[in-house]
Write a protein that binds this ligand. Structure first.
Ligand code: SAM
Ligand code: SF4
Length: 347
């Protein structure tokens, strides 16, 4: 493939991050996300996924994040990572442009064996999601039947997954292991301090995510959003923080604990939108491309998937057309058209 000049969109934003959803299915059923129980028809093949990643890398994507649904449910995960690792080792392959390969998971299936296997095929970062510490709240947030006991069991699985990742070499001190938590006002905001405490104990960066208006199924309402500023104020009163800011193209605004134990970040898509430097392209498991989490329509890449040349043309064209800044325009609250579901978009 000939090295391409990276495109910019209508707001001078370059492509930087490719988020690829490997499945719309999940082994949990978080009510704020509402994943599917079956995958849609027309799932991408391994070859098509590799082609997509290679073309995106050729157009400037430096980060690949594999997500879902729950990506550890996908049998494709390891073979795909192997192919990406092979390309990154091959001189002249556009995959050499990838600086980081990452995974977002709920951690349930992150056994020691799996964590080691992921590490050995070149995965560099893992973000594990957990929205509470207290069993009953965990169960509510994950859509588990069985109340507190089921929630406690899930916390045990996630902690074991974190330990497995750490011992496989995903080092939190290097940013290779992080914790995500969606916070919903009145649902799990009492878990802010326990979650921060847990993350501090494990020296993990915790990322507090504002509840987002993604999809049509979760009954999102503004009153369930706890603004990031309120979250950070509560944490700061407990453990003083110093700001680190937000890097260009990043989703999280970060702070460090003044006692030096860890750092913490917020993803404030609702209260402090960061559309201005958004560099993310999202691909669903069935080959739809979205440049925004809040978009109602994607672009079907399937007709272009047979050749790298056509695919490059299709992605370049969609990126150059891109003008969205839904969050900044307050389209989030309007919610007039159907949206794509989170498990397809992958967060
Ligand atoms: N199953 C994996 C997991 O939970 O980490 C990966 C897919 S999940 C869709 C990716 C991220 O999106 C998770 O951290 C999840 O908490 C977050 N998420 C899902 N729905 C959300 C919503 N409505 N608002 C904010 N974050 C959401
Ligand atoms: Fe599954 Fe992740 Fe969605 Fe929860 S947020 S239902 S773990 S895909």
């Amino acid at each position: 493939m000939i090295a391409a000049s990276p495109p910019t969109d209508q707001r001078a934003r370059a492509l930087g991050v490719l988020r690829m959803s490997l499945t719309a299915r999940c082994n949990l059923a978080c009510p704020y996300c509402c994943p599917d129980t079956a995958d849609p028809p027309g799932m991408l093949s391994l070859e098509e996924q590799v082609r997509l990643i290679r073309v995106a890398a050729n157009l400037g994507a430096h980060t690949l994040r594999l997500t879902g649904g729950e990506p550890l449910l996908s049998e494709r995960l390891l073979p795909l990572l192997e192919r990406v690792a092979m390309g990154r080792r091959t001189s002249g392959d556009p995959l050499q442009g990838l600086r980081q390969v990452a995974l977002t998971t709920n951690g349930v299936l992150l056994t020691q064996e799996r964590a080691k296997a992921l590490r050995s095929v070149g995965l560099e970062r893992i973000t594990v999601s957990l929205d509470a510490v207290e069993g009953a709240v965990v169960a509510r947030m994950a859509g588990l039947r069985g109340g507190g006991r089921a929630g406690d069991r899930l916390v045990g699985q996630v902690l074991a997954g974190l330990a497995a990742a750490r011992s496989a070499g995903f080092d939190p001190a290097e940013g290779a292991l992080k914790l995500n938590a969606v916070i919903q006002r009145g649902v799990n905001d009492d878990q802010l301090i326990p979650l921060a405490e847990l993350a501090r104990q494990h020296r993990l960066e915790l990322r507090l995510i504002e509840y987002m208006d993604v999809g049509n199924r979760n009954g999102w309402a503004m009153e369930h959003v706890l603004p990031a500023a309120v979250m950070i104020d509560r944490i700061h009163r407990h453990w003083p923080l110093s700001p680190l800011g937000r890097s260009s193209g990043a989703t999280a605004r970060r702070w460090r604990y003044r006692d030096g134990l860890a750092s913490i970040g917020v993803i404030a898509s609702i209260s402090e939108p960061f559309c201005g430097d958004c560099n993310r392209l999202r691909i669903t498991a069935d080959g739809q491309a979205y440049t925004c989490l809040f978009a109602s329509q994607g672009t079907d890449l399937k007709p272009a998937l047979a050749s790298e040349h056509e695919l490059e043309g299709a992605i370049r064209a969609l990126w150059q057309r891109r003008a969205d800044r839904y969050s900044e325009e307050g389209r989030v609250a309007a919610h007039t058209e159907p949206h794509a579901e989170m498990a397809y978009l992958g967060g």
